[in-house]
Design a protein around this ligand. Structure first.
Ligand SMILES: Cc1ncc(COP(=O)(O)O)c(C=O)c1O
Length: 345
């Protein structure tokens, strides 16, 4: 029986075309030492990404976590305060890197379905007074993982950016799944970061590349980010072997994210009627099942599903997360729905 893996969209394997692109880049002599800017494939990816994101320049990094860290460190000084949503990835799931490696002081605030309201940011900014850390940056996560793949709309980003900029703050977009938001809203990805100073996108989630993220912003920001990336060990040599699949990810995999969104909706429609199950209609590819009013625990549910070769992530307390991805078909969704209907009733 096929294993259906709903733990994350990071489990997606590269396509054959991606692997061929690595080999072809090598055969064409396009690989080189990227630390000295000589890998043609990396340069192509960075130019393409900058264009798609509407920014002056871009930089390949090893992961989303590294991209967020480099973006934050390149735009702040040690001891500065960074406003983050209280359930954001940068605050909860990046090993406390901004504090331990950057000396940054995270200030978590409550968001509405992951979105920090402009008035919340306004009141979180510390006065310019020696008693306080200097508030210098705000992070906007789009889509928001822990809130359930929720979308921050362009006008909402603009409104948050306006408050940030009025107070001299930078705004960084953790766009690990920015293209999911863009595809769901049918807007160009760049519209979602028009007013963001920096953005990080993951190539290795729904877009299915095996490794890598890209950060983008002004030439000045990328110049600084280059040095910061080196400091955190992110300077890579023949990194074209990462960039080659990354180019395919940007060129050919964005539109297919719609399939993941359709599958998430399909599963939602199938299970929403189960009594006492708490589930929000998915905006993109992430679903959370709230189990607090049911007799089955998150642990038990994942064990029972595992017996049927269906993998889901634990670690979300009384919620079970399911993430649609390229390895999951409509038929698989049907199998998951049947299993849930049986186990949750
Ligand atoms: C919203 C968000 N930001 C950043 C990351 C970090 O990406 P990576 O796993 O490549 O470090 C993730 C990973 O799941 C994420 O969901």
């Amino acid at each position: 029986m096929k294993t259906i893996d709903l733990r994350s969209d990071t489990i997606t394997l590269p396509t054959d075309e991606m692997i061929e692109a690595i080999v072809n880049a090598h055969k064409a002599g396009r690989l080189g030492d990227d630390v000295i800017g000589e890998d043609e494939v990396v340069n192509e990816l960075q130019e393409k990404a900058a264009k798609i994101l509407g920014k002056e320049a871009a930089l390949l990094v090893t992961s989303g976590t590294q991209g967020n860290l480099v973006s934050l460190l390149a735009q702040t000084r040690r001891g500065d305060e960074v406003v983050v949503e209280e359930q954001s990835h940068t605050f909860m799931f990046e090993g406390g890197a901004m504090a331990s490696l950057g000396g940054l002081f995270p200030k978590p605030v409550h968001g509405e379905r992951g979105y920090i309201l402009p008035e919340t940011l306004e009141s979180a900014i510390s006065p310019d007074n020696p008693h306080y850390a200097r508030t210098s940056l705000v992070v906007c996560e789009n889509t928001h993982n822990y809130a359930g793949g929720t979308i921050t709309r362009p006008e909402q980003v603009d409104a948050l950016a306006a408050v940030a900029h009025d107070h001299g703050l930078k705004i960084h977009c953790d766009g690990a799944r920015l293209f999911n938001a863009a595809v769901a809203l049918d807007v160009p990805a760049k519209r979602l970061v028009d007013n963001a100073d920096s953005v990080q996108i993951c190539l290795s989630k729904g877009l299915s590349a095996p490794v890598g993220s890209v950060i983008a912003g002004t030439e000045e920001f990328i110049h600084e980010a280059h040095r910061t990336r080196k400091k955190v060990g992110g300077g890579m040599r023949q990194a074209g072997i990462i960039a080659a699949p990354g180019i395919i990810a940007l060129e050919k995999m964005v539109d297919r994210l719609k399939e993941d969104h359709e599958n998430a909706k399909l599963l939602y429609e199938r299970v929403k009627g189960i009594p006492n199950l708490v589930i929000d209609e998915p905006e993109t590819n992430i679903l959370f099942l709230g189990l607090q009013n049911l007799s089955i625990s998150q642990m038990k549910l994942s064990e029972e599903l595992a017996k049927e070769n269906i993998k889901v992530y634990g670690g979300y307390g009384v919620r079970t997360r399911m993430v649609m991805n390229r390895m999951v078909s409509r038929d698989d969704v049907d199998r998951v729905a049947v299993a849930l209907e049986r186990l949750l009733k």
